[in-house]
Design a binder for this molecule. Sequence first.
Ligand code: SAH
Ligand code: SF4
Length: 377
Amino acid sequence: MSAQPAIDGQFQEARVNLLGLPRAELEAFCGALGSKPFRARQLMNWLYKRGVGDFAAMTDLARDFRAQLGERAEVKLPEIVTAQRSSDGTCKWLLRADHSQAFEMVYIPETDRGTLCISSQVGCALDCSFCSTGQQGFNRNLTAAEIVGQVWLANRELGFAPAGERIVTNVVLMGMGEPLANFRNVIPATQILLDDLGFDLSRRRVTLSTSGLVPQMYRLAEHSNVALAVSLHAPDDELRNQLVPINRLHPIAELLEACWHYIDEQNGRSVTFEYVMLDGVNDSPTQARALARLLKGHPAKVNLIPFNPFPGTRYRRSSDEAIATFRDLLLRGGVMATVRRTRGDDIDAACGQLVGRVIDRTVVRLGSKRVPVQVEM
Ligand code: SAH
Ligand code: SF4
């Protein structure tokens, strides 16, 4: 018998957090420990089907292998700082990134599904003017294990039972951060969400929302097939430049090209365009007609999001009438449109209200035009 191989360079850190490893990497890790790749299947079964993270409890694994795992691996979850439950059942957790930084995740129960909104970064560098995460600045990317760990943690906190019904049926990358600015970690995390040995979610039930990092959208089309949501928020470049500063680099025409390419490549249904309704800014009938002209005839639907205010913002939410008129004009213009119901209002758990705790803001905002956005590929 050959001697135990040395751990591969890639797994040299003291303990590898298994939650961040998609199937192929977990197989490589088992191989590096001198075990057969099929051990990875058994491990995934314990981790994701049974919600067990304690190696000692994984009774169908050989004792030696369990001991090795105890030395070389861990299943480490983000630590909960606070947990809040809204009167409508929405739950929000503040999770620790390190001694001073924190990020948030939100669970929204509905009759036919349970949606978990997870974060991909601590803060965000893209500086959209109506977003309270953006106003916090950026601290760091979350690791793949921290992204996957949110789903694991939510299941545990919400009472996941192996034989019971799914609690988290849908996952949306719509919490803190710009997922495509953390490509390197978001892709493996989505692989674990979709893998039938992982969380086994269908690709229509995992949605990635981006403010429009166009080059990364083309890369996404090569590496993933999750549902795509795009934060549009304006029908013309002049206004979008003000609301979503990344538009100065990737204007609307380029962004839409990337969207249609994604749908073609993925054989997908349609792109959901998010449009935050800001009183007197982007909610006029003229703007609704312009938006309809832009999207008509394409695989697109629009989700109108009533603006969620936060302290210090200069914006106000559009009136219910303005939102209804805007939706009707889109429908009449041949574009599918819905209005997002605001949830978790009493605990500030709604879109754009997630602030976490971003104390050390290492990256200057894009809005100031001084520093390019850092993108981890
Ligand atoms: N960075 C990604 C995903 C996180 S933001 C993106 O921008 O798409 C998720 C959604 O919440 C986006 O559509 C964003 O524009 C929206 N949003 C941000 N701030 C908001 C606010 N104050 N009220 C309502 N929606 C907001
Ligand atoms: Fe970042 Fe999205 Fe907020 Fe813009 S809307 S600042 S991209 S989190």
